[in-house]
Design a protein around this ligand. Structure first.
Ligand code: GLN
Ligand code: ZN
Length: 758
């Protein structure tokens, strides 16, 4: 019979139990015993789901209190030395100190750096290594979880991240020189695992889906030659893409089985089946572990059948990757209607899909397959998904639609005339502190305790307050403050047709932090204006120009679960057209500057460099499509908050925004080097105030930063602003910080006008 397993399950719990337990522990409201109990309950429940679905194994060691890469740092004992000082008695607290810089006991120190796990929205903690790094084995957690699963009567398949991926994800020089020492520890660990009644070990090397330099390819050969000596069967596991030039390599490694992502990897698994060693098994990740749609099981079955004929019981079925990236259980959804419910499969439902496929391959399960065909067919045909007018509009888009009428230099003159802002204008990124009062008003409105009129009243008073404060500070280009927004994506998702929001569709982003991405299920349209009334009201309160504030098409796409029945580029363009209407309506309402935020442009980059251009072309075109409906004198801003622009600077320029505000203060303006080298043509607002820190910067620090910026970018094209939105900060910090920022800009303006030849 076809084998069934998954590369991993979610940890956070269907009701975010782990999140709440962690936060109680961190606040000192619960002890370690209570936290451990929650963890055990979650593991038990998640294994039970796997057992109930008839999987051959349960995945073990996919559970983590914070992050699985951090778990590996502990497993192989290579925490950076700064975590030695101030160590606590409690291993758990030392673990949390690495994750968060602090824990209930032990001394605070700066945490490990957190970064995105491949192209997902999950963040891992990056190991730090150097020539001095030493490894030592601490397998207690892993062994205990195996015993726990065994005691519950399960067949455990432990999961490890492989040594080469672990080093790849580490920070430091000469990482590969550590491979021999690390391999010794892996080998010792495998020896210990052999003592357990287990047959398979899953070992993840997702870097096989990346462009790999030849020394890293060689490292994989070395590693698996060393690790295959023992008795355990290794399931080499890759995900998030096809293997392309690395397929040959993966097939040449002396492992007992290979897992491939058959969702992102297309038909590559068929090639793999052809060339598989005669004793190797192939695990085909046919169920999408990255998205929430019900699979088309009948189609999947057709593509699996020839492989099954070839491999027999050496074929295993699986989700494409760990189910960490999807919400846990559709049954918890209370707000979906019957139609919508029939479209989705969350983690628990995906387990059942595997079971149906297994039955299908055995010539059984006809009823379930028929039901699946009906659901999939109904979604395809649903009138709620396809809107002819949206398709028609998209078809009618011309090249002109995604181009401003004139080049930046000319627009800049028209904008200068209308806005009349002078040298080094000051602005902010959009949000102002989301006070308890603001959040309470929104929550009351949501719960129906506040009617719209009273809600609008309250929001208007928050806007009025925010405008008054900005005027008092002397900021040049104002914002309304975003009090009405819970989240920059959800706010628009709730108002656009084609989007839906789930009640409980949480996915772990990092540690205890979860996100609830909205779902784009159908053609996207804007039934009515989304932000205009707030911006118009804000503008009515002041003589100064008010900046409209939107989330851009790429970010609205990237931070959602996206429909899988048309190219992402089409969905992005639909969103762009909806936003274009909003941009034009804002212009009509007298708004002279409109910011379209795109913090997700960079993270949407495909894993392989060869695929970047296609993505960047449609992504930047979508942005321009949303922005290009306005006259020359309407100034389009965009904002991004990360620091690696070198790779994408051309695409940033291709957005052709009149002004871009970016995060730069922590890097001391260094990242402007990319803009300077590229001779970035339009205006830039490099952040001078690090909003991620509660510290209030000094005037001189900011003067210094602006001068550094002016050494790279002509002052005529520079703006002065914070790094990002201020919603997570307090007014007590924001007011003095902005006061000083305005002062710093004034000092520089004086200096620059003095030095200007008259
Ligand atoms: N306009 C948004 C804000 O100020 C931008 C947030 C972001 O860049 N992530 O909150
Ligand atoms: Zn930002």
């Amino acid at each position: 019979m076809t084998g069934l397993h998954i590369p991993g399950f979610s940890r956070i719990g269907a009701n975010r139990e782990l999140k709440f337990a962690l936060e109680r522990y961190w606040r000192g409201e619960a002890d370690a015993t209570e936290l451990q109990q929650t963890a055990r309950d979650l593991r038990q429940r998640h294994w039970q789901h796997q057992q109930d679905a008839g999987l051959d194994f349960v995945s073990v060691n996919d559970f983590s209190f914070y992050d699985h890469i951090l778990d590996h740092i502990c497993l192989f004992g290579f925490a950076p030395s700064r975590f030695e000082a101030g160590r606590s008695e409690s291993d758990l607290d030392n673990y949390f100190r690495m994750a968060r810089g602090r824990a209930p006991s032990g001394e605070s120190t700066h945490a490990l750096e957190m970064t995105k796990w491949f192209d997902t929205n999950y963040h891992y903690l990056a190991p730090e290594v150097s020539a001095d790094t030493r490894f030592s084995l601490h397998p207690e957690k892993l062994l205990a979880e195996i015993d726990e699963a065994l005691a519950l009567g399960h067949a455990p398949k432990p999961v490890l991240v492989g040594p080469v991926t672990l080093l790849w994800l580490s920070r430091g020089e000469n990482r590969l020189s550590l491979l021999p020492a690390l391999l010794e520890q892996y080998a010792a660990l495998l020896k210990q695992l052999e003592q357990k009644p287990i047959s398979w070990l899953q070992i993840d090397e997702p870097i096989l889906a990346l462009d790999l330099p030849s020394d890293w390819q060689q490292a994989l050969r070395t590693a698996y030659a060393a690790l295959s000596a023992g008795e355990l069967k290794l399931l080499l596991t890759t995900y998030f893409g096809d293997l392309r030039d690395n397929l040959e390599l993966a097939l040449s490694l002396p492992v007992a089985g290979l897992h491939l992502d058959a969702v992102r990897g297309g038909e590559e698994f068929r090639q793999a089946a052809e060339r598989l060693g005669s004793h190797q098994i192939l695990s085909v990740g046919i169920i999408d572990g990255r998205n929430i749609w019900k699979s088309d099981l009948n189609t999947a079955l057709e593509s699996l059948k020839p492989v099954q004929q070839q491999l027999g019981s050496r074929l295993w079925l699986s989700s494409s990757c760990s189910l960490l990236h999807v919400p846990v259980d559709l049954d918890r959804e209370s707000t979906l209607d019957a139609d919508q419910r029939s479209w989705f499969a969350f983690a628990v439902q995906k387990l059942s899909e595997l079971r149906v496929l297994q039955q299908g391959l055995a010539g059984e399960g006809q009823e379930a397959l028929a039901a699946n065909a009906e659901a999939v067919g109904a979604r395809r045909a649903s009138k709620r998904i396809h809107k002819p007018q949206v398709a028609a509009r998209l078809n009618a888009v011309t090249a002109e639609d995604s181009r401003r009428a004139t080049p930046y230099q000319e627009r800049a003159k028209a904008q200068q005339q209308r806005l009349n802002l002078g040298l080094l204008p000051t602005t902010t990124i959009g949000s102002f502190p989301q006070t308890a009062e603001i959040r309470a008003s929104r929550a009351a409105f949501r719960r129906g305790e506040l009617d719209f009129a009273s809600y609008e009243d309250r929001m208007q008073s928050h806007i009025a307050d925010c405008v008054k404060r900005q005027e008092a500070l002397g900021i040049d280009l104002l914002v309304h403050g975003e009090a009405e927004r819970n989240d920059m994506v959800e706010y628009f998702g709730e108002q656009l047709d084609g989007y839906l929001t789930t009640a409980n569709g949480w996915v772990q982003s990092y540690g205890s932090r979860c996100v609830k991405p909205p779902v784009i299920f159908g053609d996207v349209e804007r039934p009515s204006a989304m932000t205009v009334s707030w911006s118009r009201y804000a503008q009515s309160l002041t003589e100064k120009p008010m900046k409209g504030m939107l989330t851009g098409p790429i970010t609205l796409l990237q931070w959602a679960f996206v429909r899988d029945d048309q190219p992402r580029s089409d969905t992005c363009r639909q969103i762009a057209l909806a936003l274009r209407d909003e941009v034009c309506d804002l212009e009509q309402a007298g708004i002279a500057a409109i910011q379209i935020d795109e913090p997700a442009l960079r993270e949407g980059l495909p894993l392989r460099r060869g695929d970047w251009k296609t993505y960047l072309d449609w992504a930047t075109e979508s942005f321009r499509l949303s922005a290009s409906g306005v006259a020359d004198d309407c100034q389009i801003h965009t904002h991004m908050c990360y620091s690696e622009f070198n790779d994408i600077i051309e695409a940033v320029a291709a957005l052709d925004a009149d002004v871009i505000t970016i995060e730069t203060s922590r890097s001391q303006m260094q990242l402007l080097d990319a803009f300077e080298a590229f001779e970035y043509p339009n205006e830039i607002g490099p952040g001078v105030y690090d909003i991620h820190s509660p510290n209030v910067p000094e005037v001189e620090e900011m003067v210094d930063l602006i001068e550094k910026a002016a050494a790279r970018i002509p002052a005529q094209r520079l703006w002065v602003n914070p790094d990002c939105g201020l919603k997570t900060r307090q007014w007590e910090e924001v007011t003095p910080a902005l006061e000083r920022m305005v002062k710093a800009a004034a000092i520089l303006r004086d200096r620059l006008s003095l030095s200007e030849p008259s």
